[in-house]
Design a protein around this ligand. Structure first.
Ligand code: FAD
Length: 268
């Protein structure tokens, strides 16, 4: 959230609310959920009190720089985190997929897409590797009056979709649409008695999110359905416009979140 404070020369300087402090953790183990999604289990005494109460929440993960195995905790300058040498640290946002607070464990599941600092880190991560986590950020509030749900996302949304399937009421239909970049991105999702899961592979030459956009445009959305969407920012923007401008959904009926931007590294 942006705030504006007066500086000594009376020029307003935008500042943001400081995120929760980083908690040092280390990798306890890694497991491949699929060739495209790596589960990393963090552990550490500083996870005491780290609790996640809602599905599809977020956690900031601080990683060592690409050319180092040492983790340096950055400081907040009022607007962003910076390392002592002025460089930006590697901080990425993930879904806190499983949090066992008494056991001091936290799982995140990271898409191995080949082009980013977190993806590269996850590929080589091993027991004892240092990291730090800050959060959690707010998750999804389930509307108990909803008569059905539509969940749509790409591979980055799979951890959140899994959590949502575990949390949604058993008595309502849940239509799930997941876009995978390659067939091996598919994986087993938690059982939900009302769920139908459709996997959409990206056709050759299509851009990220194209198959997801098409799936949501084709989907039936009966009255009373709540919609949750997450994926590539430009693609979910197209979905947002479709839901609100073309279908005329009320804003309260749909949550649409950009999880990453094509061609742009995430910033902290
Ligand atoms: C609330 C929230 C929850 C999220 N949960 C998860 C999660 O559980 N698991 C997860 O893997 N991601 C999740 N993300 C998305 C994740 O933060 C981004 O994908 C992040 O950019 C990955 O960092 P990176 O260092 O690998 O790539 P970056 O350094 O950020 O980007 C480098 C390049 O890779 C591209 N890129 C980034 N992500 C992808 C991708 N998935 N596929 C293809 N190209 C990509 C960028 O466009 C850029 O060109 C979440 C994001 C948010 C906001």
């Amino acid at each position: 959230m942006l705030r504006v404070v007066a500086t000594s020369d009376a020029r307003p300087m935008p500042t943001r609310r400081e995120p929760p402090p980083f908690r040092r953790v280390e990798v306890a183990r890694v497991e491949d959920r699929s060739p495209r999604l790596r589960r990393v289990t963090f552990t550490g005494a500083e996870l005491e009190g780290f609790q996640v109460d809602e599905p599809a929440a977020s956690v900031r993960v601080l990683l060592p720089g690409p050319d180092s195995s040492e983790l340096v905790i950055p400081t907040w300058n009022g607007n962003e985190f910076l390392l002592p040498d002025g460089r930006r640290p590697v901080i990425r946002t993930f879904t806190p997929r499983r949090c066992d607070e008494p056991g001091r464990e936290l799982d995140v599941e990271i898409v191995v897409h080949g082009g980013g600092a977190a993806s590269a880190w996850a590929t080589g991560a091993g027991e004892g590797d240092p990291a730090a986590v800050s959060g959690p950020g707010r998750g999804y509030e389930i509307d108990p009056a909803a008569t059905g749900f539509l969940l749509a996302g790409d591979e980055t949304a799979l951890p959140a979709v899994g959590q949502l399937l575990e949390a949604l009421p058993a008595g309502v239909p849940v239509a799930v649409h997941v876009e995978v970049a390659t067939p091996e991105g598919r994986l087993d999702l938690p059982d939900h008695p009302g769920a139908t899961v459709e996997w959409h592979e990206l056709p050759a030459g299509a851009g990220p999110g194209d198959a997801l956009v098409a799936a949501v445009m084709d989907a039936e959305i009966p009255d009373g359905t709540r919609v949750w969407v997450a994926g590539e920012a430009a693609a979910v923007q197209r979905i947002r416009k479709h839901l609100f401008d073309q279908r005329g959904l009320d804003r309260s009926q749909a949550t649409v979140r950009g999880y990453w931007k094509r061609g742009r590294a995430a910033s902290s």
